[in-house]
Design a protein around this ligand. Structure first.
Ligand code: HEM
Length: 411
């Protein structure tokens, strides 16, 4: 997998070198996002995209509705898409089922659904022909796939939620892929029974798409934020450059084990995530009545955690607005409360993509710092002046995080 990520990071480094010819400060966010799109397209779907050079690639186009982005910038089409999504979210399920007989009521649109379904079919064909040895997520799942058509509805007995002749079938409702058993309660019962042994095609597609939704913006934004911070902290940037150069060849390729051992690199990423947690708030639902520090939380109440506030609280983080990677060093790790850092969440539902995200970030940092350095320019916003967009979802600054990119002279 690291080789695949290396290839994507090479494209990012090339792009940044070409941008270094500009004298203006540049918002790198679009390019770091293109890098993570390339990584997910290749590691999850086995598709080579190069999103930065091919912004019209079908993978980029059909990913947009899943990422909450409009496929078209035309006002009329954009408005129609927004109305459609609002209707899909708000309409009761029964009404949606009736509408669905006449209109496309899939969340991302039938065209994009079909695109991803066809990708899986193509991987299936390649696998059958054994024409290529692949190690992307789709190819790995396909060996354990069950065909939904082979399962009769009657073979599922959900009366007690456990007695299932074939417990392997339940639909992926999150991404809106419809299948024969698209009854929410039925799916939930089967899911609860925890007896699912294989994956249907719908589940495979659904999981690959979830990788895209969960891993694209969070990782791309973290890389952008780190480049921005390095521009303000040149001494940290040079230390990182020296340490990564020691373990990399002339193209910036690093050995996996060596990369994992580089503690300072990990600390820089974690400190970036502390200052800019991509998900600024998390929530949980109480599954029973409970009293915490005198506050009664009734069953089913949603409890929200303000991750951003926690990670900027001087009670837990002295001088919280300063970028200090050594806070996370093995020497200092016991100094802070582990639950005061929730950028990847905690507990049973913590981020499952953390290892992939860390690997992507480490590879990209080692590669790019080998080629370029980031400097603050006249248009680089000061940290204390940053403001954030209001609303749900991922945190986003109002100001583009522009930095100057300077090509390194090879020594
Ligand atoms: C820097 C990058 C990333 C950050 C900061 C991040 C952060 C998070 C957070 C905060 C959660 C919720 C945890 C909770 O509620 O306790 C989460 C969940 C999740 N993440 Fe990530 N994530 C990142 C990258 C990725 C990647 C690359 C993938 C997949 C390829 C991924 C897949 C997921 C999935 C599937 C969940 C849901 C887990 C569940 O509900 O059980 N994430 N992530």
């Amino acid at each position: 997998m690291q080789q695949t990520i290396n290839a994507c990071a090479d494209k990012l480094a090339e792009k940044l070198i070409s941008l270094s010819e500009s004298k203006e400060a540049i918002a790198v966010g679009g390019h770091t996002a293109a890098f993570t799109m390339d990584v997910i397209a290749s590691t999850a779907f086995g598709v080579d995209v190069d999103a930065s050079s091919n912004p019209d690639h079908p993978f980029v186009y059909h990913s947009k509705p899943f990422l909450g982005l409009a496929k078209s910038e035309q006002f009329f089409i954009k408005s129609l898409q927004i109305i459609r999504v609002i209707l899909i979210v708000l309409l009761p399920r029964k009404v949606k089922e009736i509408f669905g007989r006449f209109f496309d009521m899939t969340f991302a649109g039938q065209e994009s659904m079909s695109y991803f379904e066809n990708l899986v079919n193509r991987v299936l064909d390649l696998k059958r022909e054994d024409a290529q040895k692949r190690n992307d997520f789709l190819s790995m799942c396909i060996d354990n796939m069950v065909d939904i058509k082979d399962v009769h509805k009657d073979s599922i007995n959900i009366s007690d939620g456990k007695n299932l002749d074939n417990p392997r079938v339940y639909p992926v409702y999150l991404t809106g892929f419809s299948c024969e058993y698209n009854d929410y309660e039925q799916m939930h019962e089967i899911f609860k029974s925890n007896l699912c042994l294989g994956l249907t095609k719908e589940e495979v597609i659904g999981n690959a798409v979830i990788f895209l939704i969960a891993g694209y913006e969070s990782t791309g934004a973290t890389l952008q934020n780190l480049f921005y911070l390095l521009a303000w902290y040149p001494e940290i940037q040079e230390k990182l450059y020296t340490l990564t150069s020691e373990i990399s060849d002339e193209d910036g390729n690093c050995d996996y084990e060596e990369l994992q051992k580089l503690e300072y690199l990990e600390c820089c990423i974690l400190e970036t995530l502390r200052l800019f947690p991509p998900l600024p708030r998390l929530d949980r639902v109480a599954n029973k009545d409970v009293t915490v520090k005198g506050i009664r939380i009734p069953k089913d109440m949603i409890v929200e955690f303000q991750v951003y506030a926690l990670q900027h609280d001087p009670k837990y983080w002295p001088e919280p607005e300063l970028f200090r990677p050594e806070r996370f060093s093995s020497e200092n790790k016991d100094e802070f409360n582990q639950y005061a850092f929730l950028s990847f969440g905690a507990g049973n539902r913590a981020c499952i993509g953390k290892r992939l995200a860390m690997l992507e970030l480490k590879v990209a940092i080692a590669k790019t710092l080998k080629m370029v350095k980031f400097e603050k320019g006249a248009n680089t916003p000061r940290m204390e002046n940053l403001t954030y967009k209001k609303g749900p979802g991922l945190i986003q600054t109002m100001e583009p995080l522009k930095v100057n990119i300077v090509k390194r002279q090879s020594e």
